[in-house]
Design a protein around this ligand. Structure first.
Ligand code: H2U
Ligand code: ZN
Length: 345
């Protein structure tokens, strides 16, 4: 069953994002202009396997003078310029008498995670067994930080176009005593769906996407990658498990292996789309709440968002400006067209 009215393949319409609880404007008629075809091949930037000036390479000295060990797999260290501090007193709040000048303190930690010692690789170049080590670190750090914090954000910012400061393959892990905006909205909406239908929202969603099969771009026995029905970025994707799981640290051995495998597979698709190491911001959303506090997580399903900025080629990016900033996000190429292009490559 595909719920999309036929008119909405041709005519302007809005689509609802049930996770965030907001809308995106879709303008398919504008994308009917023939594809401008200019897929400029980026002259692949040659990077050395080791760069003596890189602050993430094994054995090198970081900005603060700390030296990285000669690591051979993954490597995790506390961010030298952390945005959140473990020493903050989190109990300070503005007086409740003011509705207009509210502030509250937040305590947290920030870590940097090098995926590989190889300066010239990215996740899809790594062996599945080595991506699995990244998955294990994500899981272990989630488990550790959820002892102390309400929220753990695993993320990767990739590519200079995304403001990433260093091409060495790495991600970040931030933990905080407060629940940030995006997961707070997902918590609200998944809970409301659970209360209304007695089912897991993303569980229902993944089943229906698989049944319809139009926006699925990769899958294995455990995982599915779709261009979500409500995608905002041209080639945005959502990585979903086909089984019940609320948090990264709950994944079992074979689910971690199949996750590493699908990451390699679909990030390879991204890289082939415009013949460029595909830039994006990606991150994991698992159920919030400290472990051991008995939070109900039945409404939540672990998932990862991939938000790539590219629109038409390695150099033409989508800008979220104008109408997007002042009214709501808008896209031309439909999620179905984006999925078809990703499936082609
Ligand atoms: P990007 O992923 O956005 O490039 O950020 C890399 C992080 O690495 C950034 O948060 C940290 C920066 O604070 N960093 C260190 O912790 N030590 C350094 O020596 C340089 C950069
Ligand atoms: Zn490096």
């Amino acid at each position: 069953m595909n719920w999309l009215p036929e008119d909405h393949r041709e005519e302007p319409h809005r689509r609802y994002n049930p996770l965030r609880g907001d809308w995106v404007l879709v303008s398919p008629h504008r994308a009917k202009r023939p594809w401008q075809g200019a897929v400029e091949k980026q002259t692949a930037e040659e990077r050395p396997a080791y760069d003596s000036k890189c602050y993430l390479c094994p054995g090198n000295t970081r900005v603060t003078g700390d030296r990285n060990p000669p690591y051979t797999e993954t490597y995790l260290f506390p961010n030298d310029f952390a945005a959140l501090l473990a020493s903050t007193d989190e109990t300070v709040k503005s007086p409740s008498a003011t509705p207009l000048f509210r502030s509250e303190s937040v305590r947290g930690e920030c870590h940097v995670l090098c995926f590989s010692p190889r300066h010239d690789w990215t996740l899809p170049q790594m062996e599945v067994a080595d991506i699995r080590k990244v998955v294990d670190l994500w899981a272990a750090k989630t488990e550790e930080l959820l002892q102390k914090y309400t929220w753990v954000q695993l993320f990767e910012n990739k590519g200079a176009i995304m403001g990433c400061s260093n091409p060495h393959p790495h991600g970040q892990i931030w933990a905080s005593t407060s629940l940030p905006n995006e997961p707070a909205a997902e918590e609200r909406n998944q809970k409301a769906y659970w209360q209304q239908y007695g089912r897991n929202m993303l569980g229902d969603y993944v089943e229906q996407e698989l049944a319809c099969d139009e926006r699925v771009i990769a899958k294995n026995d455990d995982w599915v990658v779709v261009v979500p029905f409500w995608a905002v970025w041209p080639f945005e994707t959502l990585l979903l498990p086909r089984f019940e799981v609320a948090r990264m640290n709950e994944l079992n051995d074979s689910q971690r292996n199949s996750l590493a495998a699908i990451l390699k597979q679909f990030l390879g698709i991204y890289d082939r789309l415009f013949q460029v190491s595909f830039p994006y911001s990606m991150g994991w959303h698992g159920a919030p709440g400290k472990l051991g506090e008995n939070h109900d997580t039945a409404h939540w399903r672990l998932h990862a968002h991939f938000y790539p900025p590219l629109l038409r080629s390695a150099t033409v990016k989508k800008f979220m400006v104008g109408y997007e900033m002042l009214a709501e996000p808008q896209r031309d190429i439909t999620p179905e067209q984006a999925a078809a292009r990703l499936k082609e490559v």
